[in-house]
Ligand binder design. Structure first.
Ligand SMILES: [Zn+2]
Length: 280
């Protein structure tokens, strides 16, 4: 198609932020961190490489995801522990916070709930920022690696993509068949994954994660949560995923309970206030 005469002028128009987030409710990080300081560990789960595990976190408790043996990325799903239809909405988290999440940012839930499910209170990779390629850590721009895309692109039947790992883990936890569990699996927070979009072609890219053993992300649970974490078959995602070729490591999830009076006056956030009449 012909390029219009004013193409450069149109391209030069400055962008406008879609969702200015200065009116978002601000999490009380001081309160959350104070509660975290006196909290006691109540449980842990070690997620095996190329597999997923579930965990439960009561509202007001904290969970930590740690790299333990070597660089490894994880695919995180969250549900309301009492209603699987309320689940993490990565697209809206992206629209509100940007392509990657860090301290003070939140995992928001799906419609009609649209409320914070978890708030990041500590991120040891916050220093990474945005690199020269436009890459950053903990993205909400990828989906989750899955066997359907592998089959589409190269005809493979690979069974340990994060989508399948999460499906098996949820099915086992809920006593569901795989077919029942699969529709509940959703797009993830890519924990520790370093990703971006190429400037020239706009393609989704990954690169070796800067995560090292000891690095962690800590979340304050805003509501009662069921979580599932997959230790991605991509390992540190420096080369490929959707196969058994990458070096993979476990991920550690730990749960911490605050002291009884540490959250005095705090309550889980209500569901979204839209009246749902949709113009009728
Ligand atoms: Zn994966």
């Amino acid at each position: 198609m012909p390029t219009p005469a004013d193409a450069d002028a149109r391209r030069a128009i400055a962008p406008v932020i879609c969702y200015p987030n200065d009116t978002l409710p601000v999490p009380d990080l001081a309160l959350y961190r104070a509660a975290r300081q006196g909290a006691e560990k109540t449980g842990e789960v070690l997620v095996p490489p190329r597999d997923a595990s579930v965990f439960r976190v009561p509202a007001g408790h904290v969970f930590r995801i740690s790299s333990v043996e070597g660089p490894q990325v994880g695919d995180l799903n969250l549900w309301n522990a009492h209603d699987l239809s309320e689940r993490f909405y990565s697209g809206k988290a992206r629209a509100l916070h940007g392509t990657h999440l860090t301290t003070g940012e939140r995992m928001w839930s799906s419609f009609p709930h649209l409320r914070p499910m978890a708030t990041i209170i500590e991120d040891t990779l916050e220093w990474y920022g945005i690199d020269q390629y436009g890459g950053s850590v903990h993205d909400v721009i990828g989906t989750r690696c899955d066997p359907y895309t592998g089959n589409l692109l190269s005809g493979t039947q690979y069974h340990h993509c994060c989508h399948s790992n999460l499906t098996r883990a949820l099915a086992d936890e809920m006593g569901m068949t795989l077919a029942e569990a699969e529709p509940h699996v959703h797009d993830v927070l890519n924990v520790f994954m370093c990703t971006g979009f190429t400037r020239d072609t706009g393609q989704y890219f990954m690169k070796a994660s800067p995560v090292r053993p000891g690095d962690h992300l800590e979340f304050f649970a805003e509501i009662d949560l069921l979580g599932a974490l997959s230790a991605c078959p991509g390992g540190d995602c420096s080369s490929e995923h959707s196969s058994d070729s990458a070096a993979c490591h476990p991920l550690l999830v730990e749960i911490f309970a605050p002291q009884a009076d540490a959250l005095a006056g705090w309550t889980p956030p209500p569901v979204n206030g839209y009246d749902r009449s949709h113009g009728r």
